[in-house]
Design a protein around this ligand. Structure first.
Ligand code: ADP
Length: 171
């Protein structure tokens, strides 16, 4: 079973084998964690994303999918970019959020990664409620068949960390 750990902080500083980026489908950068990863990781990450756009994802990376690039100047070994769903009150998109975690772990397995750091995907600009996002994240990682040994959730603030702590106790 995967060991789940929680830390509060900035995911761009993590020394994991791979860190996950809450990207958008363009793969060309954005706000939030995406912007921070590109800023700190340097232009090599964007160049790799542009190559992926040209070679495989001309229409963008679909929601719920994941793809890996170099981590540029970051301490991590790789960046796995995944596209979370935008929160919707009308439509249940939970399966797409779960897919982000599952697909990221599948890509991590392909990379041979043993430690993977995740942000709370979709809970920022995409508006997903933190408690539900935490529940889906933890349930999906617990149920995953993967060779990854440790999944570290890196929560940006104390409030998010507390919500994940509660979800970890309850899941
Ligand atoms: P999304 O568009 O998927 O909602 P965001 O980047 O806007 O992605 O937010 C996802 C989560 O990541 C939010 O909870 C946000 O507070 C958090 N976050 C933003 N910057 C960082 C960072 N540098 N490290 C870790 N988490 C971050």
């Amino acid at each position: 079973m995967v060991r789940i750990t929680l830390v509060q902080g900035d995911i761009t500083a993590e020394k994991a084998d791979a860190i996950v980026n809450a990207a958008n489908s363009s793969l060309l950068g954005g706000g939030g964690v995406d912007g921070a990863i590109h800023r700190r990781g340097g232009p090599e990450i964007l160049a790799a994303c542009e190559d992926l756009r040209r070679s495989h994802y001309g229409k963008g990376l679909p929601t719920g999918r994941a793809v890996a690039t170099t981590a540029g100047r970051l301490a991590a070994g790789h960046v796995i970019h995944t596209v979370g769903p935008v929160w919707s009150r009308e439509e249940d998109r939970s399966h797409l959020l779960a897919s982000c975690y599952r697909e990221s772990l599948r890509v991590a397995d392909e990379l041979g990664a043993r430690t993977v750091a995740f942000p709370a995907i979709s809970t920022g600009i995409y508006g997903w409620p933190m408690d539900d996002g935490a529940r889906i994240a933890i349930e999906t990682v617990r149920a995953a068949r993967t060779s990854v040994e440790e999944v570290r959730f890196v929560l940006f603030d104390a409030a998010a960390h507390a919500v994940f702590e509660t979800a970890l106790g309850q899941a």
